[in-house]
Design a protein around this ligand. Structure first.
Ligand code: NAD
Length: 490
């Protein structure tokens, strides 16, 4: 599967085609600024047609009543095909997002494990009987597919994020319309072809491409839709929630984060622990150039070790090797686009204006070989505090801010002092303190002496303004189901 084979790019009513108005968009390799391929972009009418297809296919009932064993076999087949095509898919993801091939390969493995997980879970997910205390009554709860789902994804993990939606939706028996980010359309097209090959019936999965501004209303204010699963920014999430309100459509939003990584002095007492901690903080924030919803962008470090610790991270940040993600020797790739870099440059200017101390980075790299790509150096601001916007707002780029604390209470207060609540990390060798912190932090995922890891079987989602839904784990399947209570009077 080469990028050149990704046209036509829209899949509606079981047919691959272009847009009804012939619209297209250029896809840019962020490492070089060059056009990789051109894809078709849908019109709002195309999007409505895709939703109507999903509605009709769902209402016909054949898919929803397919035996669970057939659906789980399909999920397993998709997982096998993902592994068969892993290298091509990883290459497409790297060309589109800029992330390194090593990161893209991990993404494809993670996508595979999500399909395998839901294949297993769907097979054991059972009805529930409720004892109502009357022998003649059977009270039974069954879980039925929620219906027509619209899935809207961001550009940072294009295939991974949408797979967290597709796999449970297929397992539950839903039909769906996918809309990847217009910035990174490629891997979802490749995936839809692969799903077709695996045997997903026509009409169950449709794919439209285009910007949210153009297609949003057709997809989210549409009375034929039963559930919208959205991953993206807070502002877009609010717009979608408002659009869906008129039809009382259920919406799950997975939004941004401003994630604290709290480091106590006792965590770095010996040199190995010190190096490990530096490593975790560094990769926790600079992986994929910081374009990760759970990036540990706020280092909250105990005062007594702060100078030494920040300098060690800065030293490592200076040495990160930047380059095209397709070059195996690159440790980090570019930002996803020039527009994203402009946004990050704005945050750096803001940090300086707000009085934070720029320790490292803050500019584009000088290497002339990187001049055409959207590269930006890993950046650290020290001496930050909560009054600063760079500490409060999600930058979604390679910017680490440093705040210092003296007591455990202060560390916890700082860790919770954010409108977001997606993820947090704590590093301490004191297990009682660790337990107090992991329970006290109001975030959907909390890592103790680790960072950035997740697993398909455990829920992912945000507290507060990081979202209102859960993906992965059993709850990730429940989102795609309606619980129906059946009361039998025997
Ligand atoms: P975005 O909100 O700009 O776009 C996300 C998607 O929404 C895109 O497909 C876009 O086309 C679409 N969209 C935009 N306007 C729309 C509208 N009015 N109606 C319907 N759809 C619309 O976000 P982004 O810049 O692509 O992604 C970055 C954001 O995603 C960050 O805030 C990041 O934290 C978040 N994110 C969250 C998670 C999570 O698990 N919570 C995971 C990954 C990314």
């Amino acid at each position: 599967m080469e990028p050149g084979n990704l046209r036509p790019s829209l899949l509606i009513d079981g047919e691959w085609g272009g847009a009804s108005d012939g619209g297209t968009r250029e896809v840019i390799d962020p490492a070089t600024g060059r056009v990789v391929v051109v894809v078709d972009e849908a019109t709002p009418d195309d999007a409505r047609r895709a939703v109507a297809t999903a509605r009709r296919t769902f209402d016909e009932g054949a898919w929803a009543s397919t035996p669970v064993s057939d659906r789980t076999a399909l999920l397993s087949k998709i997982a096998d095909l993902l592994q068969r095509d892993k290298e091509q898919l990883a290459r497409i993801e790297t060309l589109d997002t800029g992330k390194t091939l090593a990161e893209s390969r991990i993404d494809i493995d993670d996508v595979t494990s999500v399909f395998r997980y839901y294949a297993e879970l769907a097979a054991v997910h059972v009805d529930r009987l409720v004892d109502v205390g009357r022998p003649e009554i059977i009270s039974r709860v069954v879980y039925e597919p929620i219906g027509v789902c619209v899935m809207i994804a961001p550009w940072n993990y294009p295939l991974l994020q949408i797979s967290w939606k597709i796999a449970p939706a297929l397992a539950a028996g839903c039909t769906m319309v996918l809309k990847p980010s217009e910035v990174t359309p490629l891997s979802t097209i490749a995936f839809a072809k692969l799903a077709e090959e695996a045997g997903v019936p026509p009409g169950v999965l449709s794919l439209v491409q285009g910007s949210g501004a153009v297609l949003g209303e057709a997809l989210t204010a549409n009375p034929e839709v039963d559930f919208i699963s959205f991953t993206g920014g807070l502002a877009t999430g609010r717009t979608i929630l408002a659009a869906a309100a008129a039809n009382v459509t259920k919406v799950a939003v997975e939004l941004g984060g401003k994630n604290p990584h709290i480091v106590f002095a006792d965590a770095v007492a010996d040199p190995t622990d010190f190096d490990n901690s530096v490593d975790h903080v560094l990769t926790g924030v600079f992986l994929h150039s910081g374009q990760v919803c759970s990036a540990g962008t706020r280092l909250i470090v105990e005062e007594s070790i702060a100078d030494r610790f920040v300098e060690a991270i800065a030293e490592r940040a200076r040495g990160i090797k930047m380059g095209s993600g397709l070059d195996d020797s690159s440790e980090t790739g570019p930002l996803v686009s020039h527009a994203q870099r402009t946004k990050i440059e704005g945050f750096v200017a803001l940090g300086i204006e707000e009085g934070a101390e720029l320790v490292v980075g803050g500019t584009r790299p000088e290497d002339p070989r990187l001049a055409d790509g959207s590269f930006f150096l890993p950046t650290i601001f020290d001496k930050c505090d909560r009054s600063m916007k760079i500490v409060q707002e999600e930058t979604f780029g390679p910017i680490l801010t440093v705040e210092r604390f003296r007591t455990e209470e202060e560390a916890l207060r700082l860790g919770n002092d954010t409108n977001y609540g997606l993820a947090a990390g704590v590093r301490t060798s004191d297990s009682a303190r660790g337990e107090r912190l992991v329970r006290g932090l109001r975030h959907g995922t909390v890592w103790l002496n680790d960072f950035g890891i997740y697993t398909a079987g455990a829920e992912w989602g945000g507290f507060k303004r990081s979202g209102n839904g859960r993906e992965l784990g059993p709850s990730g399947l429940s989102e795609y189901q309606e619980a129906k209570h059946i009361w039998y009077n025997t």
